[in-house]
Design a protein around this ligand. Structure first.
Ligand code: LMR
Length: 398
């Protein structure tokens, strides 16, 4: 009966976690999945989260179904983080926000909504992008295309080509954008470039869908949201998916949000209703624990301040690792530029290693990276950075 079912080859990112766990090499280093590990190579539990967990645990309370849209405090936390606490668009009731099962859940609910209400729309993702963007939108029966983005030759962005491409798109086509810390390249648009992109989006009446999974890891909480807030200032309709996996170190809790900025409060109410109906048809309502943590940390001033400090400490440690890896590589591989390491933002670095070189890093050194050459810099620490640099120098030699 099931013989005709295709085998699943596994996910190119999540599959690495299983392979890494089985590797018996004592020196192995996980630079595959986008997860932050601390100086000791451990996934941190943030102090603000520990405090929130204590409040949740004492007294132990019942676990009712949450509303389809999740906890109001979770939704408010998403809105204020993305749009700014005093944002007029929030006061005017123009933003429909639901709490979602991670950033992926937000993308899925958004994609289903778009397919239902904008059935002619195609979705365009950056070349390259996070592989699941394509899978999720195609899974919602939306045709997915790619727009020019990363320039292999310069390590920058094919900006003119990208703009020219956007100018060929049709009204209501969706453009998936990464407001900060582009995954997988780490190469971001400047604010001037964002202005131009949003201008074309406005002229062509395209729909921007911004996926922000690393807010706080680029520059700071506010400037990482520059593109989102600029789009709002311009009065653009806008979808935003956000994730707390990385910046609250709550990967397994699956906490995120989907916000849709609408022209009027009436439209926002309609959209909100349809988003909740979409949730009802997929998973009914979100789980409560992670949402409660988000609610507590985002809405308690002292915990929020502590949280921002903890995110910036993670950001700064990643930046320090970029510098360290660059300086060791420059010493070991003279004549080759590693400037890209410090020019790129966030957790990821596109290293330009070939798939064969990535394979050698794994087989000969137990160093795991994604085959497209993406390295999760957040997996480096003072104890493994020299080892990784040596291995890179070795595979780059031949
Ligand atoms: C990544 O890009 O590694 C993360 O977003 C984890 C994932 O689900 O792929």
């Amino acid at each position: 009966m099931f013989e005709r079912i295709d085998y699943y080859a596994g996910d190119p990112i999540l599959g690495l976690m299983g392979k890494f766990a089985q590797d018996s090499n004592p020196d192995k280093v996980n630079l595959g999945v986008g997860v932050y590990y601390d100086e000791d190579g451990k996934m941190p539990v943030l102090e603000c989260v520990k405090t929130a967990e204590k409040r949740i645990a004492d007294p132990v309370s019942p676990r009712p179904y949450l509303p389809m849209a999740g906890l109001p405090g979770h939704r408010k936390g998403c809105q204020e983080l993305l749009f700014g606490k005093e944002a007029q668009v929030l006061k005017d009731g123009l933003v429909a926000t639901i709490a979602t099962i991670g950033g992926s859940g937000a993308l899925k609910v958004g994609a289903d909504f778009i397919h239902q209400w904008f059935p002619q729309s195609k979705c365009y993702v950056s070349d390259p992008t996070w592989g699941n963007h394509i899978a999720i939108f195609e899974g919602s029966n939306i045709e997915v295309g790619k727009y020019p983005y990363y320039d292999q030759a310069t390590g920058g962005i094919k900006f003119d080509e990208m703009i020219a491409f956007f100018e060929t798109l049709n009204k209501n086509d969706v453009i998936l954008l990464h407001p900060c810390c582009h995954n997988p390249t780490g190469v971001d648009l400047t604010q001037e470039q964002w202005d131009k992109v949003l201008e074309v989006i406005q002229q062509r009446e395209l729909i921007p869908f911004m996926d922000i999974a690393y807010q706080g890891f680029g520059n700071d909480m506010d400037s990482d949201a520059y593109a989102i807030r600029k789009a709002v200032d311009m009065g653009l309709p806008l979808f935003v998916s956000n994730s707390f996996s990385k910046n609250l170190s709550l990967y397994g809790e699956r906490v995120g949000g989907l916000s849709v900025v609408c022209p009027t409060a009436d439209e926002a109410e309609r959209v909100f209703g349809q988003l909740t109906y979409t949730v009802r048809r997929i998973y009914s309502s979100p789980p409560s624990h992670g949402g409660r943590v988000v609610d507590i940390v985002m809405n308690d001033d002292a915990l929020h301040e502590q949280w921002v400090g903890e995110v910036y400490a993670m950001r700064d440690r990643i930046k320090a690792m970029r510098l360290k890896l660059k300086s060791v590589l420059e010493a070991k591989v003279p004549g080759r530029s590693f400037d890209y390491l410090t020019a790129q933002n966030g957790m990821f670095s596109f290293t330009g290693l070939t798939p064969e070189q990535v394979e050698r890093m794994k087989d000969e050194f137990g160093i795991y990276m994604v085959s497209n050459s993406r390295m999760c810099v957040a997996g480096l620490n003072v104890n493994n950075v020299d080892y990784v640099a040596n291995a890179m120098a070795e595979v780059l030699k031949d």
